[in-house]
Structure formats: C-alpha cells, structure tokens
Ligand binder design. Structure first.
Ligand code: CO
Length: 209
C-alpha cells in the first residue's frame, strides 16, 4: 500500500461518515467525553476501537510495546492522570494479547539495546511470579501466562497512583485486566480479584486519607 492510498482512504472514510450523518465531524470537533481509557499493545493486529466496536470519541487510548505502565513512565502516567482527572473516565482497561512480541522478546537472553530497560519491566513481572512461571514447562503456555500476569501487574501499577485511589473512593472507578486472543478474535476478561490485591497492597501503596 502506498502513502497516496492512505489519503484516498481518508477521503472515502469522510464520505462514508458524512453519508451516515452530515454533522458527524461538526459534532466530533466540539468535545470528547469517552467513558473508557484503554491501555494496550502497539501491535498492529490489536486495534483498540475496532475490536470493542467503539467509534471516534468513545475511548481514550494509550498504546505502547507490551501495554506497560511503568511506575516512573511520564507518558502513561500523564495519559492516566488526564483521563481520570479531566475526562473523568468511568473504566480503565489494560489489555494484553497472546503472542505478544514484547513479552517474547523479554524472555530472550539477548541484548536489545534501547529496548532493554523497557522490556526489563516484563522481566520484573517474571521475577514476581517466578515460581508459577517456572513450573510451566511448555514455552507457549508459559508466555501466555506471562501475558496475563503482565496485565495484572500493570493494573496494580495503576492502582498505586493517587488519582486512581481517589477516584475509586469518590466515584468507584474500576480497573479491568483483559487479554485479546488473536487466534480467535476474542476479548477475555481475566477477572482479576482487585479487592484481594488491593487489601494486600493497600498498606504499602495507600496514599489517600
Ligand atoms: Co504485543
């Protein structure tokens, strides 16, 4: 596909929307009131809006390699802060995916240069769940479990944030951990037991009164 084709696609996209609703872009330009914040992987096969059947204006999106929310990452922290404090999103979703190249790369014993510190966050997840992961002998099964545990740990990183704890108290803001299965197209809710996790980590990470 050529770059010129992308502009042709854009024209067709505009026509399609205007045919359905002549005021579509006029309304879109006024404001955004998304109910969801979606944090997912940059993987080209894992789209955000499309796989959830959402349209422009309905979801605030942040994507990076392996859907990470590192504790000192100003980028993801700013996205979360803005989504919670200003857009007042009702739900936060962290969505990983099976077959994640970032997860696989973190499990290789190779020097990947600039990617090393980013992928180290995944190695830390592995260390936190070392016993469970080491007990899985099949590599694919182990990587799939690491994808799930990585989502869980990123959700925990979000729960550590003051604005999240405050929004949880004030308006019951919820964080969800999901996985997208590329081979079936299905979204899977990991049903992470945040109440139990919260109780366990509250004493360490609580920063609201
Ligand atoms: Co990925």
């Amino acid at each position: 596909m050529t770059i010129e084709q992308l502009f042709k696609n854009n024209k067709a996209w505009i026509t399609e929307h205007l045919n359905n609703d002549p005021h579509f872009f006029e309304n879109l330009s006024k404001k955004q009131e998304p109910e969801f914040l979606y944090i997912g992987c940059s993987d080209s096969r894992v789209t955000a809006e499309e796989l959830m059947g959402l349209h422009p204006g309905e979801v605030f999106v942040h994507r990076n390699i392996a859907n990470l929310v590192p504790n000192t990452d100003l980028n993801s922290m700013s996205v979360i802060n803005y989504a919670v404090n200003h857009l007042k999103v009702k739900h936060i979703i962290v969505c990983g995916h099976y077959g994640c190249g970032g997860i696989a790369a973190a499990m290789q014993q190779s020097d990947l240069g600039l990617l090393n510190p980013w992928l180290r966050n995944i190695r830390d997840v592995y260390r936190l769940h070392f016993k469970e992961l080491e007990s899985i002998t099949d590599e694919t099964t182990r990587n799939r479990r690491l994808v799930e545990l990585n989502v869980q740990e990123q959700c925990i990183n979000i729960i550590k944030m003051a604005e999240i704890q405050q929004a949880n108290l004030e308006r019951n803001l919820v964080v969800y951990g999901w996985v997208f299965d590329l081979s079936t197209g299905k979204l899977i809710d990991l049903k992470i037991d945040f109440d139990t996790i919260l109780q366990k980590i509250t004493t360490v990470y609580k920063i609201t009164k």
